[in-house]
Design a protein around this ligand. Sequence first.
Ligand SMILES: C[S@@+](CC[C@H](N)C(=O)[O-])C[C@H]1O[C@@H](n2cnc3c(N)ncnc32)[C@H](O)[C@@H]1O
Length: 387
Amino acid sequence: MTQRGAAPFDPLAAVNLPGLDTPLAMRLAERIAERGPITFAEWMEACLYDSEHGYYRRGVPTVGRDGDFLTSPEVHPLFGASVGQVISELWRGKPLTVVEVGPGSGAMAESILRQLHATSADVASELSYVLVEPDAAAAERTRSRLSQVHEARRLQFCSAIAEMPSADLVVANELLDALPVHRLVARAGAWREIYVDCSRALGFHDWEWELSDGSLLDPLMGVEPSEGQIVEVSPLRAEIVESLAGRVCDGGLLLLFDYGYERSRLYASWRREGTLMTFRKHVPGDDPYVSPGETDITCHVDIDQVSEAAEGAGLRALPSRSQAEWLHDLGAAVLPSVADAGGDRSRYLAARRAAETLTDPAGLGRVAVMGFVRGEVASLSGWRGYV
Ligand SMILES: C[S@@+](CC[C@H](N)C(=O)[O-])C[C@H]1O[C@@H](n2cnc3c(N)ncnc32)[C@H](O)[C@@H]1O
């Protein structure tokens, strides 16, 4: 990295600067002082996945009511039960494997397995459930949670996507929107990259320079930005989708749930600030430099990029649907079994309310449901008429 001409920054002399308030902040300030500004992708990778201080590696709850934001599986078992319904539709009367990537607390796995044991015992008895969880402590917690529900010998943990087996269903909820992105800004008709710098006067701040890699422009061909528009691009997402797609068996499905838009909407010239958001204790924000390692950072997904990567690995894209549409089609079959508690009215009302939350068009209902199949697949209720 070319130096930017400022006096060397001494992080230890600046401990009271805003933003330098976490152990990771000190470490990142030292890294920048030694090497110069870092890409935003490097910043986000450290903030979320640093092995000691990263947001998803600290061993404290991140998702759920005790965490910083709510994901669909944490809202209610109805969501996982709907994925359970997909699994029973994919079943062809022989042993089947499901791989879930980035399972968080294990809430989705638990509700999938409970639903199948309650309503499709023949499927449950043939199901191997594999979880890709890089964090060893989280994997142990999830193993103990799930061993209450499913036979231990049919539960398997992998610490990396590269180790996962091939599967009839590969599923992930909000994995892609938690992957590192590069940030670019339009200046005088060309794209510049936003790096992260640190100075005594400003703490962590944006620093614009030339692109770290020309291929970052690939998804932006044909995009006509407005002056100063910021966009996020993530080559890592394409790599990961390609790896996941490569593990889908013949007759199988890759099922991804993420906040995102088609490219033309994601990079529309009026979306001047991009889609980056932070979450802390359920309060959204837009400054990714506050309390690094203790704040969630997320960006919307480019649905066309996901499709291109999955199709590149030989899968066929089903039409992307909103979670509201998808659950409306599936939920009618699933809600009664989830809500039925032998006439327990309050449990029924909780399930009905959860259905509203999960399909709220201004909230979780606008999550994109992206499905990709290999070869011929049985009819899927979430894509009736499309498979
Ligand atoms: C937003 S959280 C979602 C957690 C959970 N799926 C849910 O819906 O509550 C994103 C998760 O993806 C995981 N993750 C990110 N990169 C991963 C990778 N390469 N392999 C497996 N998990 C990953 C993170 O550790 C984190 O648990």
